[in-house]
Design a protein around this ligand. Structure first.
Ligand SMILES: [Fe+2]
Length: 312
């Protein structure tokens, strides 16, 4: 019978992975074992610290339900989500950059008509009119994209954090018009702390970090022939732009939410009180961008098909 000590156990665990039927599983679990063992050797945890780590991860899982995802939050606040996003979305410089999905996306957002008010009537922030334009790398409009929008209210809470998470507000799923535009009304979002009443909050407190995110509106834009874009548009001037708790800010994603006096809004609505407007142009990356890995014979296929389908 072989026995293993602190110098030999890593090699033996890796040896037992060699027969794994799936090469990718062997690669992933092997790397996990190598890095995890190196981490333990570096940290040399006491048994009490090891038990604390198990308890932390256990409670992180127990905190998760249909509307609270503590593991995504942990990934976000450790910068892992930003790293995964960066590796998987290497868009060209001219394209709108992606950023983290965050824990507040819900897949069953209500369908909304262009021009709709998605605030739900209980938002206390200034009224906000949003116009989103969706174009390709050459600046040509992309009609018909499905655009999911979601954001916090003026007190920094998402609908899923209020009233038991039952009612949907400040989120909607739009379809861009023939000119590649989406427009709607809502209310201004505020900066907010990520939920910090659970294990992630303990981690932030233990490391002297704040939990705040700069104010933003989330967008997810999907249409055939283009890479899905998951991003935010941040409010220029926010005090947390330099220290976002989840490392999601990018310069190109900061925009003016212009303060407007009472008068006629972009969609013709007469506004009796001051309001804000956001106009943002989203530049999508083709599925198969020129200069990508695909062979030249296939390079323009999806783009050409899409272009021919576009109304002139
Ligand atoms: Fe958010």
């Amino acid at each position: 019978m072989r026995e293993f000590d602190e110098t030999s156990v890593t090699a033996e665990v890796l040896r037992r992975l060699e027969a794994a039927p799936a090469p990718r599983a062997r690669e992933i679990i092997g790397a996990l074992v190598r890095h995890l063992h190196a981490f333990v050797r570096e940290v040399a945890p006491t048994e009490a610290e090891w038990a604390q780590a198990i308890d932390f991860l256990t409670r992180t899982g127990q905190m998760c339900d249909a509307t609270r995802q503590e593991f995504i939050l942990l990934s976000d606040t450790l910068g892992v989500s930003t790293l995964v996003d960066a590796i998987n979305n290497r868009f060209p410089p001219a394209a709108t950059p992606s950023t983290v999905l965050g824990p507040f996306f819900v897949a069953d957002a209500p369908r909304a008509a262009l021009g709709a008010d998605i605030d739900g009537g209980d938002g206390s922030g200034a009224r906000l009119h949003v116009t989103a334009e969706i174009v390709d790398l050459a600046g040509a409009a992309i009609p018909g994209a499905v655009v999911d929008v979601w954001h916090a209210d003026a007190e920094g809470f998402y609908d899923v954090q209020r009233d038991g998470g039952k009612r949907r507000a400040r989120r909607g799923r739009f379809t861009a018009d023939g000119a590649g535009r989406v427009h709607f009304w809502t209310t201004m979002p505020a900066s907010y702390p990520v939920p910090h009443d659970g294990p992630v909050g303990e981690m932030l407190a233990a490391t002297g970090r704040h939990a705040w995110r700069p104010a933003h509106v989330h967008f997810m834009i999907a249409t055939p022939g283009y890479r899905r874009l998951v991003t935010h548009v941040f409010v220029a001037g926010d005090r947390y732009l330099e220290s976002d708790a989840v490392f999601g800010v990018k310069e190109a994603l900061i925009a003016e939410y212009r303060a407007m006096p009472p008068g006629r809004a972009p969609d013709g609505t007469r506004m009796a009180a001051p309001y804000r407007t956001l106009a943002y142009r989203f530049v999508l990356t083709p599925e198969d961008p020129a200069g990508g890995k695909s062979p030249p014979a296939h390079r323009d296929g999806p783009r050409a098909r899409h272009r021919s389908a576009r109304p002139r």
